[in-house]
Write a protein that binds this ligand. Structure first.
Ligand code: NAP
Length: 358
């Protein structure tokens, strides 16, 4: 593996800089000494920007804010000026929405088109790193049956999601396909995609709105006190995801897609780790709920629980091959218990989750 080439004389751009994943990417860039053009929806939102300012203050690099919305054509022109690398992370991460077309698909797919069309008009850009997802690789754990190796790899594409079934997964698939279509139309810049599994670990902003936070909060706030489903999924620390973006942005040899996933895990294992780390003072799930029960009464108790999702994901393991990222980007991964511990501890410190009464 060659070494990353950090040329800090030209700025870099990060879309969705206020996001959970982006926060750590911005931190890595600032610590390396880059001038970061942070594209955000609302640069007057001092409440949100305080966390980025706090990491920028002690760092050798400089942060500059630019206003940009994914759905406004040309919105990224100013932020992208003179940038050498563009990190496109902005995309809504929500697992329940009223209008998936408007709330997920359009910002993901049209937003990617908007950002990359701007790259085509910005001669300084030589590489684009798109934060895709394992959601663009697979839609349901049951898709493992259609893989050649019995593991999800970078060669796999999600073909099972749609507007009505796993729409977030569908949005990430359409967005990444859009990116690969656009890069093919020219040869000045190249594209690398980072495809993380579920991202865990502490945020730059303890009050992050990413669905990662919603999920881990539910482990400790009583939502899962009756038990959890054996739902398999990959997990990865947010700090490792940021390192993967740095390697993808600055290693000349980085190419193609990279599954960035530390562990093939599941909800019962995550609950058990949290209980081991924090004890009985929090209502972490203890038992595993039967799949048939979730299938029968889940949708009646919670309209966001869909029978097809239960059928195709519960009691079906998630298995991904993360070897390309280890080999080509030099990835190594935080222990899973550290990611969960640091994230849950941050929620306790911020008062987002509180202990049960003694
Ligand atoms: P997040 O904290 O909700 O960040 C999403 C970012 O996108 C925010 O900065 C948000 O800006 C921005 N955004 C949303 N709609 C926008 C719009 N119309 N115009 C401009 N910006 C917009 O979620 P995250 O978990 O960090 O996700 C970031 C990226 O990582 C996404 O591409 C997601 O698909 C990907 N990813 C996440 C995970 C995970 O487990 N977290 C796993 C794999 C991939 P505001 O602050 O203004 O809302």
């Amino acid at each position: 593996m060659t070494e990353p080439m950090y040329d800090t004389t030209a700025p870099v751009m990060v879309t969705g800089a206020t996001g959970y994943v982006a926060g750590w990417i911005v931190k890595r860039l600032l610590d390396q000494g880059f001038t970061v053009h942070a594209a955000v929806r609302d640069p007057s939102n001092t409440e949100k920007l305080q966390y980025l300012n706090a990491i920028a203050d002690p760092a050798p690099g400089t942060i500059r804010y630019f206003k940009a919305d994914l759905l406004t054509q040309g919105a990224y022109a100013e932020a992208m000026q003179h940038c050498q690398v563009v990190f496109h992370t902005a995309s809504p991460f929500a697992l329940t929405t009223d209008n998936p077309q408007k709330e997920l698909i359009e910002p993901a797919q049209l937003g990617t088109r908007n950002v990359l069309q701007q790259v085509n008009q910005t001669p300084s850009v030589r590489r684009v790193v798109v934060t895709s997802s394992c959601a663009a690789i697979y839609g349901d754990n049951a898709d493992i049956k259609t893989t050649k190796t019995g593991k999800f790899t970078e060669a796999d594409w999600n073909t099972s999601s749609s507007l009505t079934h796993q729409p977030y997964y569908y949005s990430k698939t359409l967005a990444e396909q859009e990116a690969w279509n656009i890069v093919q139309t020219q040869d000045r810049w190249d594209l690398v995609t980072i495809n993380p599994s579920l991202v865990l670990g502490p945020g730059i902003n303890p009050f992050a709105t990413s669905a990662s936070f919603t999920l881990i909060k539910q482990f400790g706030d009583g939502t899962m006190k009756m038990g959890t489903l054996n739902y398999g999924m990959g997990v990865v620390d947010v700090r490792d995801v940021a390192d993967a973006h740095m390697a993808a942005g600055f290693l000349p040899t980085a190419q193609g897609r990279y599954i960035i996933s530390g562990y093939n895990s599941n909800f019962p294992e995550m609950g058990a780790i949290l209980r081991q780390e924090f004890g009985e003072a929090y209502p972490f799930p203890k038992s595993v709920l039967p799949k048939v029960m979730a299938w029968l009464i889940g949708p009646l108790l919670d309209s966001s629980v869909k029978r097809k999702v239960v059928a195709r994901n519960v009691d079906v393991p998630f298995i991904a091959d993360n070897s390309k990222g280890i080999r080509e980007l030099g990835m190594s991964y935080y222990p899973l218990n550290e990611s969960l511990r640091d994230m849950f501890q941050q929620m306790l410190d911020a008062g987002i989750v509180t202990a049960l009464a003694p």
